[in-house]
Design a protein around this ligand. Structure first.
Ligand code: NAD
Length: 365
């Protein structure tokens, strides 16, 4: 039976990368029935919205999507489609594995960790008070009345909501991922010493979920600044890391840096009902149409999709083939070469050719 999956090509370099990914996924032998859907700036011009209902409906019907990057034009009328998709489909968890494959240029070859980021709450909730707005003044008065704290007149304010419900489900997601992928430890990250009622709550709930629901899995916590320090000295000590939204955003980019850059960083946004797989990187529009950028991050997102649908053998085979191409260092794009203008760098489609050829020879890891 073919798996029905929504495929969003994306824009900028998205279509080239997506084509490379389609080819390697099909070469695993797993059958897919793609529903091709476009979203983004071009669609906005034609349909008056960058994210038409048909895209959401397609994913709701199939439960699964793989997506190329989409540009968010600065100063345009529309919000990031990526944010909109996460909201519409309640994709509350962002999973970002950070694994250093042999052959990538990194100072941290032993890195193999997974960042689990909460997607909806925290300073990303979109509750903001603008400088000079009457609502901001009312908020200042309320804070003065209730806290006795007088904030400066010339402020802007962003609100940081963290809920018990949101924390429980992201922490559970981290533990479930740990179990499903035979990992061994969860680290909850916070700044509870300063923000007692938000990060403090996150930590309290994380501890409760760990003790009551997953007593057999090792659990620890770290203050976020300490975590960053330790990640750039001994990342091998970390396994699955669960964080509120903002720290998750920052730490997942740090993680991409640990493993050789954006070209190698896959991801997924998942909820209880739907999952959307996509690379961490954006649409790199300056390289559009040049057959230049690295498709491996999105290919590795495809590996995550295969694991998600429990096509484990195919996932292992594709991952091993990618790892082998990286290890050999020949058929890789410019970003994987010692110098960025290395004339031996190959193009996006050549990487797909090399991975497909390897899949035929490499046994499952
Ligand atoms: P970007 O990730 O597109 O590119 C930054 C730089 O990283 C590129 O110039 C390139 O040097 C390098 N790079 C990125 N992907 C690469 C790849 N696959 N192979 C080799 N090198 C790669 O980030 P940006 O320039 O800040 O964003 C461009 C657009 O993408 C923006 O509109 C942004 O909003 C959007 N974006 C979309 C997503 C998404 O769709 N999930 C994520 C991030 C950014």
């Amino acid at each position: 039976m073919a798996y029905p999956v929504t495929f969003i090509r994306g824009d900028g370099t998205g279509p080239e990368i997506s084509e490379a990914v389609r080819r390697v996924l099909e070469a695993t032998g797993v059958e897919f029935e793609w529903d091709w859907q476009d979203a983004g700036a071009d669609v906005y011009e034609d349909e008056g919205t960058p994210l038409p209902d048909r895209v959401i409906d397609s994913i709701k019907e199939r439960g699964l999507a793989i997506k190329g990057p989409i540009t968010t034009p600065v100063g345009s009328g529309f919000r990031s489609i990526n944010v909109a998709l996460r909201k519409e489909l309640d994709l509350f968890a962002c999973l970002r594995p950070c694994k250093a494959y042999e052959g990538v240029r990194t100072r941290f070859p032993d890195t193999d960790l997974v960042v689990v980021r909460e997607n909806h709450e925290d300073l990303y909730a979109g509750v903001e008070y603008e400088l000079g707005d009457a609502k901001t003044e009312r908020l200042r008065e309320f804070i003065k009345e209730t806290e006795g704290t007088e904030l400066r007149e010339d402020i802007g304010v962003s609100i940081k909501p963290i809920s018990v419900t949101g924390t429980k489900r992201i922490v559970r997601e981290a533990f479930e991922y740990t179990k499903a992928h035979n990992r061994s430890k969860v680290t909850a990250v916070h700044k509870a010493n300063i923000m007692k009622f938000t990060d403090g709550l996150f930590l309290k709930i994380a501890r409760e979920v760990a003790e009551e629901e997953y007593p057999d899995i090792e659990f620890e916590d770290r203050i976020v600044d300490n975590l960053c320090n330790q990640l750039v000295s001994r990342p091998e000590e970390y396994d699955v890391i669960v964080l509120p939204n903002l720290y998750g955003d920052i730490v997942s980019d740090l993680g991409a840096g640990l493993i050789g850059g954006l070209g190698m960083a896959p991801g997924a946004n998942v909820g209880d009902e739907y999952a959307v797989f996509e690379a961490v990187h954006g649409s790199a529009p300056k390289y559009k149409g040049q057959n230049k950028v690295n498709p491996m991050a999105m290919m590795l997102s495809g590996v995550m999709l295969l694991r998600h649908i429990e096509e484990i053998e195919a996932a292992d085979r594709l991952e091993s083939a990618i790892a082998e191409v990286v290890r050999e260092g020949k058929s890789v794009t410019y970003d994987m070469k010692p110098s960025r203008d290395d004339p031996t760098a190959v193009g996006t489609s050549d990487v797909a050719d090399a991975v497909i050829a390897k899949m035929e020879t490499v046994a499952a890891a």
